[in-house]
Design a binder for this molecule. Structure first.
Ligand SMILES: O=C(O)CCC(=O)C(=O)O
Ligand SMILES: [Fe+2]
Length: 383
């Protein structure tokens, strides 16, 4: 549970980055100082700014400029990369199409997900590969085996329901598989510099976020590479390129119905890095007593926050704090959020070192990341 923080700490991570290829990094004084600050921020707020991250200001700003250029285009042009189930929920969504807690969000966005390859599904996914394999899964003989004595038809029905649910979930996950939508490019070719710029940016953010996770590993008393391998060695990632119309703006394709740019939510994965507009305060973070604390833009920094999967891994030591966006300024706001996630098929459960630090009992249950993601994405869109 986050504390009653009133401000969000700023952390200079340059000492951590300098040592990130050094196997003895966790003995370095400068690294340990950064890790202490990360530890405190993750416990108290679940949010922090990073500076000294090495990503040039010119690129950070160019990414926001090209985002603004895209959202400035006519609706029909933007809709050429329309998000749908066929694109695996990738692409452009108009204002009001994204839904948080049943309420349409007053933003437009491009959603980008890492492509999903068959190997990423793990055992369950593998059984669904190939055409129509799912019905074997549906009626497999093992489905008739249950521990508790119940009439046969009840047992069959219960298993049938559960398996159908799992099937549906993974069917949607299969839609995230790029081979199913390789004729749909969800990245716009207009503006022409959009793709190369975002590719470069994405590469740098993947690297940066993994380096920050090294610091978080050390902060949690683990080895610097605790999140590599089965947990997040081949991480899934998401990038949301977002535009929030000014409240007074009625020229948009859909009239604004409410003032919530993005409803209160927690992020799904490990760590989020937000590149937000410099001159508009709109992102708000909720503290323990329910006050909304503004994440005031600090040029040249990223706003970072903890996601649900890291909350589970840390056994609740770190908070995935509720946040929302309200753009009450008279200007259109853009932000680009990068989400570092676990491996798609990672089974996430509290880490032993965190259980030890939190009274010896695992307080949070196990979650398969891909299932968690698909469940969340499906509640975000009405299709
Ligand atoms: O636009 C922002 O500042 C944050 C967006 C956000 O919280 C999200 O996309 O999860
Ligand atoms: Fe968020």
């Amino acid at each position: 549970m986050a504390s009653n923080f009133k401000t969000i700490p700023i952390i200079d991570i340059s000492p951590l980055l300098k040592k990130s290829d050094d196997p003895t990094m966790s003995e370095d004084k400068g690294v340990l100082e950064v890790c202490n600050l990360l530890d405190r921020a993750c416990k108290e707020a679940g949010f922090f700014y990073v500076k000294g991250h090495g990503i040039p200001d010119s690129l950070i700003n160019a990414v926001k400029d090209v985002t603004r250029d895209f959202f400035d285009l006519p609706y029909d042009e933007k809709n050429k990369i329309k998000l749908s189930a066929v694109t695996g929920y990738r692409g452009y969504q108009r204002i009001g199409e994204n839904i948080t807690l049943g309420v349409p969000d007053m933003h437009e966005a491009i959603d980008c997900y890492r492509e999903v390859t068959p190997g990423m599904y793990g055992a369950l996914g593998k059984s669904l590969e190939g055409s129509n394999m799912w019905y074997l899964f549906w009626f497999r003989p093992a489905a008739l085996m249950v521990a508790k004595p119940r009439p046969c038809w009840v047992r069959t029905l219960l298993i049938y329901q559960k398996e159908m649910y799992i099937y549906l979930l993974f069917h949607r996950a299969m839609n995230l598989y790029m081979d199913k939508c390789d004729n749909v490019d969800f990245r716009p070719s207009n503006p022409s510099n959009f793709k190369p710029l975002m590719e470069e940016y994405l590469g740098l953010l993947k690297d940066l976020s993994r380096r920050i996770m090294q610091g978080i590993s050390i902060a949690l008393s683990g080895s610097p590479n605790m999140f590599e391998g089965e947990r997040a060695g081949d991480p899934f990632w998401v990038m949301r390129i977002i535009g929030y119309p000014a409240l007074s703006d009625s020229t948009n394709a859909m009239k604004l119905d409410n003032d919530i740019g993005c409803g209160a939510h927690t992020d799904y994965g490990l760590l989020t890095l937000v590149n937000q507009d410099d001159d508009i305060t709109a992102l708000q973070v909720r503290n323990r007593s329910g006050e909304w604390i503004s994440a005031v833009p600090i040029p040249g920094t990223f706003v970072c926050n903890i996601g649900d999967m890291l909350k589970i891994l840390s056994n609740g030591l770190y908070e995935s704090t509720l946040h929302r966006v309200i753009n009450s300024s008279p200007k259109y706001r853009v932000s680009v959020a990068f989400f570092l996630e676990p491996n798609f098929d990672a089974a996430i459960e509290p880490l032993e070192c965190c259980v030890q630090h939190t009274g010896g009992v695992a307080k949070l249950g196990r979650a398969v990341y891909g299932e968690h993601l698909v469940r969340k994405v499906l509640t975000n869109f009405v299709m």
